[in-house]
Design a binder for this molecule. Structure first.
Ligand code: AMP
Length: 553
């Protein structure tokens, strides 16, 4: 078989042979009609591309070409055959993936969908105890892991079987007979069960259906970017998050999928891959864009290999966007989304970022753009009524991208989904043209002396200082003010007085941080988001340690 044992075999399968022709070809008009009438299984996109462009290069490890579209579809069909027939799993079962980015990840993702099952992507950096919670809660039938004995022990306590990738069972998987065609999935069927980070309480499983993924995919084309077969998407961010979900529009256009050999984000490697492949597209957290830009600026690297960098998942500060645009040119697009409305709430388009002659350009750059085409966005007061432009309230979103609810958690679902709207927990304002500017997450809002202080506003000001590299502003419990503003600053040779002066020039006096704490780095999660909860916990621990002991009084 040309497609078995690809890791050790030729870099790309040779010309199609008997089984492949049978696999891709129509066996009977009835079956063909039936199979084409099942558009909501995400794996249908793969089958479609494999039929239309069987020879188009599909999967690369760095610069090494591994599979074409026929080969990738073949793999997914065999994985699906193994899951359904050899393991006896049923449609609708959950399959957890606890792996770093590898080329196999994409095959497995597609294979699980092909089988009519839901993927439970688990951040590879989670502690085995957190993994055990997710396996238990999702009642996953199978856990796919890279070599990791801790993960295996986490699975022992649950009903999940464990399959190691690569490993003997994985090799058997790739030799199994293909499932044809991909299983039927209805629009409300679960496709992706994504666990929230759980910084506040237990993680919740966000139920993303095939409809949600279809809406996300359509919005990619409508709002974010067009894709051609010559494009290459590079997975520099984890598959287990937005970057992984964004495989779908690229599969649909039969574009190239590139998994860096480092398995992650290395600015030099990424730039080299972009140069080598050309027309490189990627999704990156703002911190990644920043590191890439710094590394490219340091050596005067040519951005020509990049086509589109989609950034989002956390705030990107105005100074950073301007610098990124200066170094990368008009290659940036911003999206705002959350697990509960995956990658699909608003978008700030390439044109909007590029239009520096527009009178509102800076305000737009600091915004997250306008509602994506298949969702509606509202800024609302506490009862859900729309607020007029300019007023701050909670961001609500509704439409086909919005999750079906939290997995087996009706109480949390009722709190998040009310009268058809998803309450995002983000605070923001809309302007008259529909541009949304995020303030902060409601839990990050600081209330000092009875006034609202939005950390992001202060962070934007402090970042204007040329020697401030990173900053994060949080609230600390304070007897006098309720909360006091504290700024954690990563910078060199900066004094609190200089920062204070900068604040006084730009924002109301009461918003100035009461304390500046100079640190080497900020704590971040796997997706590059600053962990404000950790910073707050640090401050709280100090307060508790300093409080007089009541023992013996
Ligand atoms: P997650 O569900 O882990 O993807 O986190 C989603 C949260 O990240 C959102 O609710 C926002 O608070 C934040 N976020 C996502 N995209 C952006 C963006 N473009 N700008 C600012 N914050 C963002």
């Amino acid at each position: 078989m040309t497609w078995a044992g690809w890791a050790s075999g030729p870099p790309c399968p040779g010309p199609p042979q008997g089984p492949r022709r049978a696999f891709l070809g129509a066996r009977s008009p009835a079956l063909e009609r039936l199979s084409w009438s099942r558009p909501l299984n995400p794996a249908r996109h793969l089958l479609r591309s494999a039929r239309l462009f069987p020879r188009a290069p599909a999967l690369f490890h760095g610069t090494k070409r591994l599979l074409d579209y026929a080969g990738l579809a073949e793999r997914a069909a065999r994985i699906a055959g193994f899951l359904r027939r050899d393991l006896g799993l049923s449609e609708g079962e959950r399959v957890a993936i606890y792996m770093n980015n590898t080329p196999e990840y994409l095959e497995l993702l597609q294979g699980v969908w092909w089988a009519g099952m839901a993927v439970v992507p688990v951040n590879a950096r989670l502690h085995p105890r957190e993994l055990a919670f997710i396996l238990e809660d999702s009642a996953a039938a199978l856990l796919l892991v890279s070599q990791d004995s801790d993960a295996q022990s986490a699975a022992i306590a649950t009903r999940a079987r464990v399959l190691q990738v690569p490993g003997p069972d994985h090799a058997r998987m790739l030799r199994a007979s293909p499932l044809e065609p991909p299983a039927y999935r209805g629009p409300d069927d679960l496709a992706w069960l994504f666990y929230t980070s759980g910084t506040t309480g237990r993680p919740k499983g966000v139920m993303q259906t095939t409809r949600n993924l279809a809406a996300m995919t359509a919005c990619y084309f409508l709002d974010v970017d067009d894709i051609s077969r010559e494009d290459a998407t590079i997975y520099a961010a984890p598959f287990s998050h937005g970057a992984g979900m964004y495989n779908l529009p690229f599969i649909l256009r039969a574009a190239r999928h590139v998994v860096p050999e480092s398995g992650g984000f290395d600015p030099t490697e990424l730039h080299g891959l972009a140069q080598w492949h050309g027309r490189a597209c990627l999704f990156a957290a703002p911190t990644m864009v920043r590191r890439l830009v710094e590394s490219m600026a340091a050596c005067g690297a040519d951005p020509g290999g990049f086509k589109t960098l989609v950034y989002g998942g956390g705030p990107m500060y105005l100074e950073d966007i301007k610098h990124a645009r200066y170094i990368l040119g008009n290659r940036l697009v911003q999206i705002y989304g959350q697990g509960e409305s995956p990658m699909t709430i608003t978008c700030l388009s390439r044109e909007q970022i590029a239009s520096d002659d527009h009178p509102n350009w800076e305000a737009r750059l600091a915004s997250v753009g306008v509602a994506q085409s298949l969702v509606e966005v509202r800024v609302a007061n506490e009862s859900g009524a729309a607020l007029p432009p300019g007023e701050t309230g909670e961001v609500l979103v509704r439409g086909d991208a919005v999750m079906a609810g939290y997995w087996r958690n009706e109480e949390a679902t009722r709190a998040a989904l009310r009268e058809g709207w998803l309450w995002t927990g983000d605070l923001g304002t809309l302007d008259a043209e529909g541009f949304l500017t995020l303030k902060d997450r409601s839990k990050d809002l600081i209330i000092s002396g009875g006034s609202n202080v939005y950390p992001r506003e202060i962070e934007e000001v402090l970042l204007q200082h040329p020697r401030v590299h990173e900053v994060s502003v949080v609230g600390r419990r304070d007897a006098q003010w309720g909360e006091a503003v504290v700024a954690f600053v990563v910078g060199t040779g900066v004094s609190p007085e200089e920062l204070d002066a900068l604040c006084l020039e730009n924002i109301a006096r009461f918003k100035r941080p009461k304390q500046y704490r100079f640190v080497q780095s900020l704590p971040k999660n796997n997706y590059g988001k600053v962990l404000k909860t950790q910073l707050r916990a640090e401050l709280e621990a100090e307060l508790t340690a300093r409080a007089p002991s009541h023992r013996g009084t």
